[in-house]
Unconditional design. Structure first.
Lengths: 244, 575
């Protein structure tokens, strides 16, 4: 079923949990569609006026439909309680220790993704909206000592393989949505609020960040790139990017 | 003798108002559909000039015939707005509800005829306002039919006019719903007890309550957004906004999520406003054309009421990705699964109702039958969107578009077509042409699936909605991109087959077979009235008295296979 559905490749630790819910639900759909579809076609042929000129007022008297409905409800309950709630809950709770994770801020704007790395000191420099300019898209205060080694990358989001990533997500202007299809990550970036999300990449590769909320004229081209790199390659990239 | 204006323009008769609603909303449906046909060109052939008509839209929208993103976003926002608020709901409630409901309960008119007239004209005003917004500088609203701030805050003047239009439409809807509820409660014919009501009337009653209780939230939200835009308040504007490189003065302290909650508090019940009248129409047509009662009438009524109640408790499943924690998301996932139960029961009951019937495949019945699997697909594909975990992958993809269009287009709109074919003889005294009707059905059925089925494939692959170039930029969807052309040609094919319907509506006025008062040999009171019943509240020659339930078809021992509700005792019926 998973191949049949054609989802993007799974490249994060939790992707399979999400896909399992999708697969289970599509099995449920397939069974119901096949069963009811067969019943539907049968009644249309069997009870057409030509074959059944006089209707039977009492209709169907067998009680199996109650069991079908009960089975549908039961399947939904099982998928909800044992698969969906735990899978979603794991996305919004159980954050890894920041010391063992790669921590970044992502600030969305029309029509770009600004990625803010804290650098070697693991502390984000101060930002102030009054400092925002075309060279300084997130308004980073370079006078702040904590900002000295910070890296701001536009539309290129690099992350190391096998380590959890924590993203603090927000937006400068309108609502955007930070989508990483292969990671099964999607979260609205809402101005005035910061939302945290986390995931652990399990495959190296180069993919795209997809804006998933209508954000204006350039929404269709609000495309960023993200690369899951081997840890050494990531460290080298970050070091190089931090050098002025 | 009422003047021409009083008779046909500012009429107080529910039948004229019903026809006014129906014709106006059909025009809006066609208009909203045309907006989509334009969008489908850009999706299939991004950046290529629109053939033949490209020059009509002006330099501001389509220089050299090539659609700009500005124009595409207007078309998108207005397609949704027009279809939902000006097309489907006014046809289902204002059109069918107004015309059929008073007849079915044996009333001579609505409880408040003047309110009814005001309701139509406010709707008309709202529609004209929406249409007029296309000629403003910057064009019509372009922030989606959902109008999320802050995007809608920064939008052109068209957004303000959109809000004004919405205020008219909501006011119209509120007046209408008060009128419907009062009429159904107060004006039922003697003997027409609650459980003798045709299911159609139940559908309209629950719908009226939804409109009455849900729309005020959007009314308030639209006013607040208008104040943000016009008077510089900041209900939805957070602090620290930087737009176009500049700090936004005057914004601060508000929260854009407040809008989303208020919006979806209406817009989810609105889904059931779209679907319940459609179910009502389908039940009327299915009972008449299977010659047997509906399976589990009381269960269905209970389900419809439960559906209405629950629809107020699921709105935030549209907002799973706005940063919800475990407890809130669990609540809304659970309520969403609970609301699926009455839908499953109603749909199962409709399938089961076919069993043992003597099915006549006329045009209204074909559309009504097609409603069942189409609504089924729409409902089932709602499951992965209603669960927060799978929604992470599918939110804002074409899967969503496929899902709700299956509910609304081959679902509700097919039911509405069924209703037009079914009640046309009541309105005009003549049947619609069956051959043209069947061609219309076959073509529509094939092409509408050609549009919406590939959306699931694209959505699962991760193709996002609302993209001006149809996703052409993105590498991960390149294998499913080719469906865009297929879907667009299906859409244009669907448009072609609507010509058969339009021609049929006009042609049958003159050439249709005379119908008599009860062409379908149906049982409900609407068929006891003469066809094309006289205006000025003269629905029934004498006030009907009801003696039985709504669907006394194929009662054993009787000479005919139906007993109308107002008949006290039929020949051969056991006493």
């Amino acid at each position: 079923m998973l191949e049949l559905l054609g989802l993007p490749p799974e490249a994060s630790a939790h992707a399979a949990e999400i896909d399992r819910v999708i697969v289970l639900l599509h099995w449920l759909m397939a069974v119901l569609a096949a069963g009811w579809g067969a019943f539907f076609l049968y009644t249309l042929v069997r009870f057409r006026r030509g074959a059944n000129p006089v209707a039977r007022r009492e209709g169907i008297t067998a009680g199996w439909s109650t069991y079908v409905e009960a089975a549908v409800v039961l399947s939904e309950v099982v998928i909800l309680v044992f698969f969906s709630i735990p899978a979603y809950s794991a996305r919004v709770t159980g954050f890894p220790n920041a010391m063992e994770a790669t921590e970044v801020r992502v600030v969305a704007e029309q029509f770009a993704w600004n990625v803010h790395y804290p650098g070697a000191d693991r502390t984000f420099g101060r930002t102030d909206i009054r400092l925002v300019s075309s060279e300084n898209p997130i308004g980073l205060d370079r006078k702040d000592p904590a900002a000295a080694d910070d890296v701001v990358s536009v539309n290129q989001f690099n992350i190391p393989l096998g380590r959890p990533v924590i993203v603090h997500l927000t937006s400068k202007d309108v609502i955007h949505s930070f989508g990483l299809p292969q990671m099964r990550v999607k979260q609205d970036a809402i101005p005035g609020m910061v939302h945290d999300l986390w995931f652990t990449p399990t495959r190296t590769g180069d993919w795209e960040i997809v804006c998933s909320q209508l954000c204006g004229l350039g929404h269709y081209r609000m495309r960023g790139f993200y690369s899951v790199q081997a840890p050494e390659a990531f460290t080298a990239w970050l070091r190089e990017a931090a050098t002025p | 003798m009422p003047t021409f204006f009083r008779r046909y323009i500012f009429s107080l008769d529910h039948k004229v108002i019903g026809v006014q609603y129906a014709l106006t909303s059909l025009v809006f449906l066609l208009f909203g559909f045309t907006l989509m046909l334009l969008m489908r060109w850009q999706l299939a052939y991004p950046g290529q000039p629109l053939p033949f008509i490209g020059g009509l839209f002006g330099v501001a929208n389509a220089p050299g015939g090539v659609m700009l993103p500005e124009f595409y976003n207007q078309l998108g926002a207005m397609h949704g707005t027009v279809m939902v608020f000006l097309g489907v709901v006014p046809l289902a409630v204002g059109g069918f509800g107004n015309y059929v409901m008073p007849l079915q309960i044996g009333a001579s008119d609505m409880a408040f005829p003047k309110l009814n007239m005001a309701s139509y004209w406010l709707y008309f005003l709202g529609g004209v306002t929406m249409l007029a917004s296309f000629v403003l500088p910057g064009g019509a609203a372009n922030s989606g039919w959902t109008a999320y701030p802050p995007l809608s805050y920064f939008a052109t003047i068209g957004q303000t006019v959109w809000l004004g239009g919405m205020l008219f439409l909501i006011l119209s809807s509120l007046l209408g719903s008060v009128n419907f509820i009062t009429t159904i409660v107060q004006l039922r014919a003697p003997g027409l007890t609650w459980f003798r009501l045709p299911f159609f009337v139940w559908g309209q009653l629950v719908t009226a309550f939804l409109l009455l209780l849900a729309f005020p939230a959007l009314q308030a939200a639209a006013l607040l957004q208008a104040m943000d835009r016009i008077f510089g308040t900041s209900f939805f504007m957070p602090s620290g906004l930087v737009y176009g490189g500049k700090v936004v003065a005057g914004a601060g302290g508000g929260n854009p999520l407040l809008w989303q909650h208020l919006f979806w508090f209406l817009a989810h019940p609105e889904v059931y406003v779209l679907i319940l009248p459609a179910m009502g129409i389908v039940v009327e047509i299915m009972t008449a054309n299977t010659r047997k009662p509906i399976w589990g009438y009381r269960l269905m009524v209970g389900s419809a009421i439960f559906l209405g109640f629950m629809s107020f408790l699921v709105w935030a499943h549209h907002m799973f990705l706005t940063g919800m924690g475990t407890s809130i998301s669990t609540f809304f996932q659970t309520t969403t699964m609970i609301i699926s139960i009455p839908s499953v029961i109603i749909l199962s009951a409709l399938f089961l109702s076919l069993y043992g019937g003597s099915i006549r495949f006329n045009t209204p019945m074909l559309f009504a039958l097609a409603f069942l699997p189409m609504f089924g697909i729409g409902g089932l594909t709602g499951l992965p969107l209603g669960l927060a975990s799978s929604d992470i992958a599918l939110h804002d993809t074409y899967y969503v578009i496929g899902h709700f269009h299956y509910v609304v287009a081959p679902g509700t709109i097919f039911a509405l077509f069924a209703g037009v074919y079914y009640w046309y003889p009541k309105v005009t005294g003549r049947l619609m042409n069956e051959t043209l009707g069947k061609i219309h059905f076959a073509g529509s059925f094939v092409f509408i699936n050609g549009i919406f089925m590939p959306m699931f494939i694209q959505g699962l692959a991760g193709m996002n909605r609302r993209l001006y170039d149809g996703g052409a930029q993105y590498a991960h969807v390149k294998d499913v991109l080719h469906w865009n052309t297929f879907m667009s040609w299906s859409a244009w094919g669907l448009g072609l087959f609507q010509l058969f319907f339009i021609v049929n509506v006009f042609l049958s006025l003159r050439t249709g077979k005379p119908a008599g008062s009860n062409p379908w040999q149906a049982t409900t009171l609407d068929w006891a009235a003469t066809s094309s019943p006289p205006l000025a509240h003269g629905n029934f020659a004498s006030a009907p008295v009801v003696h039985r339930g709504p669907y006394d078809y194929s009662v054993p021992g009787t000479r005919e296979d139906f007993i109308p509700q107002h008949v006290e005792h039929a020949d051969g019926e056991a006493r």
